[in-house]
Ligand binder design. Structure first.
Ligand code: PMP
Length: 360
């Protein structure tokens, strides 16, 4: 606290990201990063970059990247917005569309950055409960609102809903913006990008941080009706003209264009996820049905906080949220097959874990 802070700054509760450890030898399963490197084509762009070019500013409109995304998603450039990670795209989205008379609606358990932006931009919000098994029911969102946001698949619960449910919501809710945060969509859910062509109030936000292995480059994007995109551009151009640097723009272009690599790595992660679900089940865990690159798992007898601490002593990081309602769950990112084998063999060393016989 400082006397120089404005009242608004004093009231903020900033987001706390997962730990990025400085020590070596850590197995990081706590921030849903991709365990595989980015596409070799993206790496080549970076390795061959002519640093003399850096004396110039990067393209403020990121035209090359917007065109690559427009091509990939079969939309037009005017339907694409890009930003410094999807966190920045989300921040601009909250500023552009959610400062309304009615509250923004969002699930009780979802990406914990959303309430932080509400705080920053003074947006009233209402949390709607999930079902008993953390299902998202969009019927509950039939009420006055200044906007609706949810992640599909949701985080940290890993569950996805069907596109038909989102379309039914878009048909009912025509007066405010519906934002679908698809940070994890490539690991098994259906994207709502096609709905953005039919409904002018549906905005889809995605990231290069997960399925494209470029978390460190900070590239995110939104797809929607040109008027929504123009609104985002107004906020962006009132904040930072050059949010993406040249390396970010050009490596992201290469990553979007390398679809074969993207498909191969996402497939491997999905296979490893299914292997891990089964092994964890044998050790007494129950995991929610995941369409993401992480699992949301609880143990039948051992408390999640205890298991998180135990794994920490063995140099394996997983994410734990002490929030009531989810405080007996671990969010475990899917690493390489070897990393997940290490996780399982380490859990087997916990004194209270016993291996249960499997059905088959
Ligand atoms: N949305 C969700 C649901 C996330 O989990 C994350 C990652 N923490 C983000 C958005 C932001 O990702 P990035 O800023 O790296 O694009």
């Amino acid at each position: 606290m400082s006397k120089y802070w404005s009242d608004a700054i004093q009231r903020l509760t900033p987001y706390v990201p997962g730990e990025q450890p400085k020590e070596s030898g850590i197995t990081k399963l706590n921030t849903n990063e991709n365990p595989y490197p980015p596409s070799p084509k993206a790496a080549a762009v970076i390795n061959n970059f002519d640093t003399a070019r850096l004396r110039l500013y990067s393209d403020p409109d990121c035209t090359q990247l917007k065109d690559a995304l427009a091509n990939h998603f079969e939309v037009e450039r005017k339907n694409v917005f890009v930003g410094n990670g999807s966190d920045e795209v989300l921040a601009h989205t909250f500023a552009a569309f959610f400062q309304q008379e009615q509250p923004l609606l969002m699930p009780e358990f979802t990406y914990s950055f959303y309430p932080v932006y509400c705080n920053l931009f003074d947006i009233e919000f209402k949390l709607l409960p999930l079902g008993d098994n953390f299902e998202l029911n969009l019927e509950d969102y039939n009420q006055p609102n200044g906007g609706i946001i949810f992640a599909n698949p949701n985080a940290p619960t890993s569950r996805a809903i069907e596109l038909g449910e989102i379309e039914a919501l878009a048909q009912r809710n025509t007066e405010t913006v519906i934002v679908v945060d698809e940070a994890y969509v490539d690991f098994g859910a259906s994207s709502a990008v096609e709905l953005t062509q039919k409904y002018d109030n549906v905005l889809v936000i995605q990231t290069f941080s997960k399925s494209r292995s470029l978390a460190g480059m900070r590239v995110g994007f939104a797809i929607g009706h040109e008027d929504l995109i123009a609104g985002l551009e107004r906020v962006k151009n009132s904040f930072n003209s050059y949010p993406l640097d040249m390396l970010a723009i050009e490596s992201a272009v290469a990553a979007v264009e390398d679809n074969d690599y993207f498909e191969a790595t996402t497939k491997k992660i999905i296979e490893t996820r299914e292997w891990t679900v089964n092994r964890l089940e044998e050790l007494g865990f129950i995991s929610l049905p995941s369409k993401t690159n992480f699992l949301f798992s609880t143990h039948r007898y051992i408390e999640a906080a205890e298991l998180m601490g135990f794994l920490r002593t063995k140099k394996i990081l997983v994410r734990y949220f002490s929030k009531p309602g989810i405080d007996n769950y671990l969010r475990i990112s899917i690493g390489t097959q070897e990393e997940m084998e290490l996780l399982i063999s380490t859990l087997e060393q916990h004194p209270d874990i016993c291996k249960m016989p499997t059905e088959s």
